[in-house]
Design a protein around this ligand. Structure first.
Ligand code: PD2
Ligand code: ZN
Length: 284
């Protein structure tokens, strides 16, 4: 391996082969540092080589292109993120699927306020019909829900501002908050939140701000049993705790993001969540 700080064809080949054989990123970095690389430069080089490699493979397979996605500022692994009016806890992160679990995003009072404002406006949740893009009642999704307008009340605007700072994504790119209420046995079977670009019904939806690129599910109460948010591709279950929120992003509308997720059946008690979906561009 070269000791210079340029990415030669030889180095590129070496990184791709090693990573493909399952050698971890820290081991690759350690090997490069040992042969004279600055650590930060080595990290950047590995990222650049592997990203270009994945993009090339994705193009060959006919996958949709990757786009920029929201991402919390997690350099140096902070335990807390300052979002202006609050310190949000970082409780867990996962690289693939990209998942970050936050604590204390909302106060108990803010959770109660959202539930009280949503309750009189709840209707049976719909899923998007593939061909037309219209909503339809579906056994896959047995909750009741409603949408707030973006910035509908000062409290909602404050929460949306906080979310924007937390994940570094403009407030304008967010859909209005959706509140969902699950009774015992209600669930949301595993699905992807992005819209299938090949379905005719997606055209109109995508015209309003492009694809969904990330989701934040905020837990508004504590169910007694059940109601976890599950990520089957990672065998990950997130327990629903009041005020906590699980963030996940998906850089292309494709299962390779491993962003398949669902709401497990509520076994005892009830479950309230608020979901914020983030689009590529301004959502109108
Ligand atoms: O209630 C959940 O945990 C859940 C699971 C999957 C919510 C959503 N998806 C969603 O709102 O998209
Ligand atoms: Zn979902």
């Amino acid at each position: 391996m070269s000791t210079s700080q340029t990415i030669t064809a030889e180095l590129r080949e070496w990184i791709i082969t090693q990573a493909g054989a399952g050698v971890s990123a820290p081991s690759l970095i350690a090997a490069m540092v040992k042969s004279g690389w600055n650590e930060d430069v080595a990290v950047d080089a590995i990222e650049q080589v592997l990203r270009a490699h994945v993009d090339g493979a994705a193009r060959q397979q006919g996958w949709p292109a990757a786009v920029p996605v929201p991402e919390p500022l997690l350099d140096d692994s902070p335990l807390l993120i300052d979002v202006g009016d609050r310190q949000v806890q970082v409780l867990m992160t996962l690289a693939s699927p990209r998942v970050v679990l936050f604590g204390d995003l909302l106060s108990p009072e803010e959770c109660e306020l959202l539930i009280a404002a949503a309750r009189p406006r709840l209707k049976r949740s719909l899923t998007v019909q593939r061909d037309t893009g219209d909503g339809e009642v579906n056994q896959e999704r047995t909750s009741d829900g409603m949408f707030f307008e973006r910035g509908e009340t000062p409290a909602i605007a404050r929460i949306e501002e906080r979310i924007a700072r937390l994940v570094n994504w403009p407030v304008e790119n967010g859909e209005g908050l959706q509140v969902l209420h699950y009774q015992p046995s209600a669930q949301y079977k595993p699905h992807y939140d992005y819209f299938d670009p090949d379905q005719p019904g997606s055209t109109g939806i995508l015209a309003r701000g492009g694809q969904r690129v990330a989701t934040l599910v905020i837990y508004l109460n504590n169910p007694v049993k059940g109601g976890a948010t599950v990520f089957p591709d990672a065998s990950l279950e997130v327990a629903p705790h009041q005020g906590h929120a699980v963030f996940f992003s998906y850089e292309r509308p494709h299962p390779s993001t491993r962003s398949l997720h669902g709401g497990a059946p509520v076994i005892e008690g009830e479950k309230w969540i608020a979901t914020k979906w983030l689009r590529e561009r301004e959502f109108r």
